[in-house]
Design a protein around this ligand. Structure first.
Ligand SMILES: *[C@@H]1O[C@H](CO)[C@@H](O)[C@H](O)[C@H]1NC(C)=O
Ligand SMILES: *[C@@H]1O[C@H](CO)[C@@H](O)[C@H](O)[C@H]1NC(C)=O
Length: 208
């Protein structure tokens, strides 16, 4: 699933602003100029506009921003300050999603990329945002991948806590700015219950 999405991502070609390569170049060369190993840098987190979420998990955090995103992100992690409130145990039901809109002709192209991590919310965190699970929820992602994974209810405090946002299962991505909605959903496809939702810009910076 992820592989297919990634391929779609690579084939689609990316924000037009970056299209300086020649289309007649070999596919590999063409891909290299727009996508590759990347560092995800995140902007501030804001609420989803449509109030679709029950907010059973709520992020009240500020994210430190790099002075020079392209350079500083190579060696410095972003730091999180604030709290995350979790109202119910978050186990291995449901799914996590990321919906990225890309900038195109001065408009956002909605749902340019949709990733769904459907292994249960806690495991989706362990597999895809392991350092967030480790640093904020104090859960060892390596253990959580193989045994019960539960984020207990509570208020999780962060104070300049460094978080590495690397997504291990997504080693390569297009470079650009993605206005992204990130959420947790319980229930079924037919009757989904959104229990967490926030928006952030994700900058995919070439890893040097
Ligand atoms: C973040 O994690 C990745 C994968 O483990 C690692 O390659 C990278 O160096 C880390 N970033 C920083 C700034 O430590
Ligand atoms: C969590 O953050 C919110 C928003 O900043 C704040 O109002 C609340 O007091 C914080 N809760 C705790 C327990 O720190």
């Amino acid at each position: 699933m992820l592989r297919a999405l990634l391929l779609a991502v690579l084939l689609w070609g990316g924000p037009p602003g970056r299209r300086q390569g020649s289309y007649s170049a070999s596919a590999a060369k063409w891909i290299n100029s727009f996508a590759g190993p990347f560092i995800p840098v995140v902007g501030q987190f804001t609420d989803c506009l449509d109030k679709k979420s029950e907010d059973l998990v709520k992020l009240n955090v500020k994210v430190s921003q790099h002075r020079n995103r392209q350079i500083d992100s190579q060696t410095q992690l972003q730091k999180i300050t604030g709290n995350v409130t979790v109202a119910v145990p978050i186990g291995n039901k449901g799914w996590m999603y990321m919906k990225g809109a890309s900038r195109s002709n001065n408009q956002w192209k909605e749902n340019a990329h949709v990733l769904k991590f459907s292994n249960g919310i806690c495991r989706a965190m362990a597999e895809n945002l392991p350092d967030f699970l480790r640093q904020i929820y104090k859960i060892d992602p390596d253990k959580a991948r193989h045994s019960a994974c539960v984020i207990p209810p509570g208020v999780y405090l962060a104070d300049e806590t460094p978080v590495n946002f690397t997504v291990p299962r997504l080693p390569v991505f297009q470079y650009g700015t993605w206005r992204t909605e990130i959420g947790f959903v319980l229930g079924t496809e037919a009757k989904p219950r959104n229990i967490m939702c926030f928006m952030t810009d994700i900058y995919t910076v070439p890893k040097l």
